[in-house]
Design a protein around this ligand. Sequence first.
Ligand code: FE
Ligand code: FE
Length: 201
Amino acid sequence: MSMTTLDSLLADTIKDLYSAENQLVKALPKMAKAATNPDLRAGFEEHLEQTKTHVERLEQVCQEIGATPKGKKCVAMEGLIEEGKELMEEDADPDVLDAGLIAAAQKVEHYEIAAYGTARTWAEQLGYQEAADLLQTTLDEEVQTDKKLTELAMSAVNEDASGESEDEADREDTDEDEEDDAEEQDAQEEESDVGKSSRRR
Ligand code: FE
Ligand code: FE
């Protein structure tokens, strides 16, 4: 392909994204299957459906800019997916694997966010307003997905992976017991049962 115009660069970028999205349609079910946290699994499944729509939007974009979607392989996405695959092959603790899956998925989203933002701007500059709107719609969904992944990471998943959540729960129980003098003895016994980690510091 001769890359002498912004038009040809836009077409090339759309082809690249088309390949990236199609690779993700294949990868996301595997990531959903590997996830343990039910919210994370549901999130991957939901984004799979969105990703299928992203593929369709790119076909519509191609119609407007007069390009064909096929004919290029996104090697960047191939690499990102390969890294995710390596992670899934590790003998990881389920919670740790979930944390790693979120990280892998966020790298994918950030790649898409960068590429869609650029493509949207070029489409606008070249006067393809309908294409620009389609690209913006997908971009918004990628940003939302990235936010949801951050929320998941900040809430349950990383906490589970750090292995501290059970200790914290024990500590809270012990605090409540200690508020009642009559149950002081019980609380101490409980402390010694659960070990050092439940003691107040
Ligand atoms: Fe996408
Ligand atoms: Fe995405």
